[in-house]
Write a protein that binds this ligand. Structure first.
Ligand SMILES: Nc1ncnc2c1ncn2[C@@H]1O[C@H](COP(=O)(O)OP(=O)(O)OP(=O)(O)O)[C@@H](O)[C@H]1O
Ligand SMILES: [Mg+2]
Length: 310
């Protein structure tokens, strides 16, 4: 496995250099250089604990990298690193564990995702007719998006009453309220009912077809193979490989990164597994599922804390 990995793109929308994050003595993220090609669907894969979510947090302003990191997005070097500033530049994200606010209705959640149009705010606020027009526009847009995600008839329901999969869809719809240039999805398929999976894949592809850049984290390797134009692999905080899905997922370094961590061995190609390894791994996965539940509970707590401080 190479220590540093650099791949340049012809038209990167996002370029990051020197992004590191330590937790105590542990280095969760240490990405030397990464470029994301504009207008593509790029998957970020890697075993549990590889640093994928932390990396997303750093990129989207939900966590601060160590000094020395630089991020260029859509032609600008991001000087400020707050989540709001980055979202206003056009880069939005969804969360591994959904953050749809349960005590608000689906529609209220959508309205929270809208951002002010440049140059309005104060003046618009002073003139009720303009304000009402703007409100009507936002509501119409929210209804369009909800219809697209088959959530329109739920618009007055509390977000808390939706299924896990529907909350994922709501989060994606809400992120689209701000007309992002780039959308980052953290495990969009996790917890989604198989009946919704196909339409979710279709939605993600249509975002790209509309000209958006999509970067997503996912453990479902069938999905990764199916919709990604490009796959980036993280292990132990570093980018260890990247390339088109079929090339990357058959790469020795990638298989080792997964199997070495005894996690998520389904690389979407069952021929890679012998029966013997399969049985061994099944046992280990069962053992580690208990540990993983623990990890997820921790994540939950972290997100609740973040929510509380916002
Ligand atoms: N707030 C935190 N405090 C301490 N350690 C953390 C914190 N957040 C993440 N970590 C640790 O950093 C490492 C990377 O975690 P991260 O959640 O980014 O991994 P991941 O690749 O998203 O994993 P998964 O696939 O399980 O979601 C892990 O070892 C994790 O325990
Ligand atoms: Mg994660």
């Amino acid at each position: 496995m190479s220590e540093t990995y650099t791949h340049t793109k012809s038209d990167p929308i996002l370029t990051v250099d020197g992004v590191t994050r330590h937790f105590g003595g542990m280095t969760a993220v240490d990405v030397d250089h990464l470029e994301v090609q504009r207008g593509t669907i790029t998957a970020l894969i890697g075993p549990n604990g590889a640093g994928k979510t932390t990396f997303f947090n750093l990129l989207t302003g939900f966590d601060k990298p160590s000094p020395g990191a630089t991020t260029r997005f859509n032609g600008d070097t991001l000087q400020k690193t707050s989540a709001t500033h980055i979202a206003n530049k056009g880069m939005v994200r969804t969360f591994q564990l959904t953050k749809a606010l349960s005590r608000l209705t689906v529609m209220q959640n959508m309205l929270l995702g809208a951002r002010d149009q440049p140059g309005e705010n104060f003046f618009v606020g002073l003139v009720p007719a303009l304000w009402r027009k703007r409100e009507r526009e936002i509501t119409a847009k929210a209804e369009d998006l909800l219809a697209r995600f088959k959530l329109l008839e739920k618009k007055d329901d509390y977000a808390g009453s939706l299924s896990g999969g529907q909350r994922k869809l709501l989060e994606m719809a809400r992120a689209l309220m701000s007309d992002p240039t780039m959308i980052m999805l953290d495990e969009p398929m996790a917890g989604v009912n198989p009946a919704l999976t196909q339409s979710l894949l279709g939605h993600i592809q249509s975002l790209r077809d509309d000209g958006m850049t999509v970067l997503f984290v996912e453990h479902d390797m069938h999905m990764v193979r199916h919709i990604s134009d490009w796959v980036v692999v993280m292990a132990e905080g570093k980018v260890v490989a990247e390339g088109p899905a079929d090339t990357v997922m058959d790469d020795r370094a990638v298989i080792d990164a997964y199997l070495g961590a005894h996690h998520d061995t389904d690389l979407g190609d069952d021929s890679l597994l012998t029966e013997e390894t399969y049985e061994e791994l099944a046992e280990e996965v069962a053992e580690e599922e208990a540990a993983d539940d623990h990890h997820k509970a921790d994540d939950h707590r972290k997100q609740d804390e973040q929510e509380a401080t916002r």
